[in-house]
Design a protein around this ligand. Sequence first.
Ligand code: SF4
Ligand code: FES
Length: 228
Amino acid sequence: MSDVFQLDGEDVPFAPGETVMQAATRAGRYVPHLCWHPDFAPHGSCRVCTVKADGCPAAACTLQAAPGMDVESDTEALNAQRKTLLQMLFVEGNHFCPSCEKSGDCRLQATAYQVGMEGPHFEEFYPDRPVDASHPDVLLDFNRCILCGLCVRASREVDGKNVFEIGGHGIGTHLLVNSASGKLADTDLTPDDRAANICPVGVILPKRRGFAVPIGQRRFDLKPVDEA
Ligand code: SF4
Ligand code: FES
């Protein structure tokens, strides 16, 4: 691994075929992200990882690293853009952090803290999204979905089940449960499936296990997202 690119002025080595996100993460460098996960192919949908590569905006999770590439990520302008994206995500769904089981372990919340988001800025949409509590062991709270597609990929690629899908277009894009009734109870999802345990926010939650780890002692309570 002899090739390097520059990330915010420092060398990052990379192997052929690696993306900027993969190489940066392996080197212990944090690039903000929501829809990217090291175990899955990139989705390229949230755009929170947008960097400037040789002056051009690009998603770090899909951009192939190239020798000598000059990548800027931790700049005032890019972090301001990320904050705006996060603010739009917060108002597009219903995110009430103090009552969410995922608070302190939520990548959306932690990333918002990391970029200094102090309020939603935009007017809330307050969409009407019913909860699916039909499954005996897993609750689905669609209010918090950020459409990262991780559950879709995990169910398809790891569990071999295809329980979730993203459907619709534009502002109508939404998470679907792939059963005739559209209910989670009518799928073969089990609580130990990868898809049941990958949601970066508080949509897919185990039943009867609320607040097992107290608020204040959760992953991003202990360390900010760029160090966790
Ligand atoms: Fe992503 Fe969670 Fe929504 Fe699935 S339910 S798309 S994992 S935010
Ligand atoms: Fe790259 Fe979402 S993390 S687009």
